[in-house]
Design a protein around this ligand. Structure first.
Ligand SMILES: O=C1O[C@H](COP(=O)(O)O)[C@@H](O)[C@H](O)[C@H]1O
Length: 336
């Protein structure tokens, strides 16, 4: 009787100890197995929900600020993407620079480096316009030596090929960075693997693991900033409309061998990685983007760019020019 009583009174303590053990040491099932390193849940949580500092005010607001009513709300009430519209790219560039500087400050504060993912296409040219302009104050110093650049997507071609996103970024920006600002660490693809994009993606993912998960297990790499483009079909990175890759939830970097836009073979960050960035910026300029911008902001169900909007909500900021948003019904702003 006494023994039974003793056992029953100890049972809750025993059960909660077992539960606590599981809580501390059993990794979450959605962490890819190969990255599971036992660590405290708190470490996982804090890395996946970094503190996002409030934005600093912009000294470079463009002259026009237009507001239009929205037709269709983007799902989820947790905020909505920011749509910034400028008369042209020259007016857009200073605000993009301020925004990147804010992200840099926050990244350096968090982990003494600035982890950025960059796209190809039309983006690097606009980026160069924003970043190569002379500084207007001592505080707004770009510290490229602290930058760690990954590619949001890359084509499986040699690094000096005209289709290479690295080649483009190098020609437009990297080669032109003044020596006194330092040089970023740039993670290129392994071009020994041009015929094996699965292995190329796996190796690129390992680079991310080394950078983001060196000490703790993490569910996803949290970029300080993703700089993205938007194709005229609504694709971003190498995530194309209707493609099965949009359903990828396990790996961080995926291969694609049937890209509808040449070249067919590429690697890309996956949607969960993109939508978990601290800041996610799209740059979409020119009249060629007008039709797809309407679809994205007025109910583009399932388009890759829409999925990023829905996943990233108010962490997403669109930098556009007037021709790209002509006729788009969505509230826009002219400053950060
Ligand atoms: O193929 C690609 O296209 C997109 C969009 O390019 P854009 O020229 O329409 O801006 C780009 O973001 C991606 O990195 C690239 O591989």
């Amino acid at each position: 009787m006494n023994h039974n009583f003793c056992f029953l009174s100890l049972l809750p303590i025993l059960l909660s100890s077992v539960a606590y053990f599981f809580y501390l040491f059993v990794p979450e099932s959605d962490i890819p197995l190969r990255y599971q390193i036992p660590s405290y849940r708190a470490a996982i949580d804090s890395r996946n929900h970094p503190t996002i500092p409030p934005p600093i005010s912009s000294a470079n607001s463009p002259s026009s600020t237009e507001t239009f009513s929205r037709n269709k709300p983007i799902a989820n009430m947790g905020g909505q993407p920011n749509l910034l519209a400028f008369p042209d790219v020259d007016k857009l560039a200073p605000t993009l620079r301020t925004y990147i500087l804010q992200a840099q400050t926050a990244g350096l504060h968090r982990h003494d480096s600035f982890k950025v993912a960059v796209s190809g296409g039309s983006l690097p040219k606009t980026l160069a316009k924003a970043l190569l302009a002379p500084a207007t104050s001592a505080e707004e110093k770009l510290q490229f030596d602290k930058w760690e650049i990954f590619f949001a997507d890359e084509r499986a071609v040699p690094l000096d090929h005209e289709d290479s996103n690295y080649c483009l970024l190098k020609a437009e920006l990297l080669d032109k960075i003044p020596a006194e600002l330092g040089q970023p660490k740039v993670h290129t693809i392994n071009t020994d693997l041009l015929d094996d994009v699965q292995e190329m993606a796996d190796q690129y993912e390992k680079l991310l693991v080394e950078s983001f998960a060196a000490r703790d297990s993490v569910k996803l790499p949290i970029f300080d900033l993703l700089l993205l483009g938007c194709g005229p079909d609504g694709h971003t990175c190498s995530l194309f409309p209707g493609h099965e890759l949009l359903r990828e939830t396990d790996c961080w970097v995926a291969p694609i061998e049937d890209s509808p836009k040449p070249p067919a073979k590429r690697i890309t960050l996956t949607l969960p990685v993109v939508t978990h960035g601290v800041k996610i910026a799209f740059v979409a300029t020119g009249g060629g983007k007008k039709e797809i911008m309407k679809q994205i902001f007025e109910g583009g169900g399932g388009l890759p760019c829409t999925l990023v909007n829905e996943g990233g909500l108010d962490r997403v900021t669109w930098f556009t020019d007037s021709p790209a948003v002509e006729g788009v019904s969505f509230p826009r702003r002219g400053s950060l």
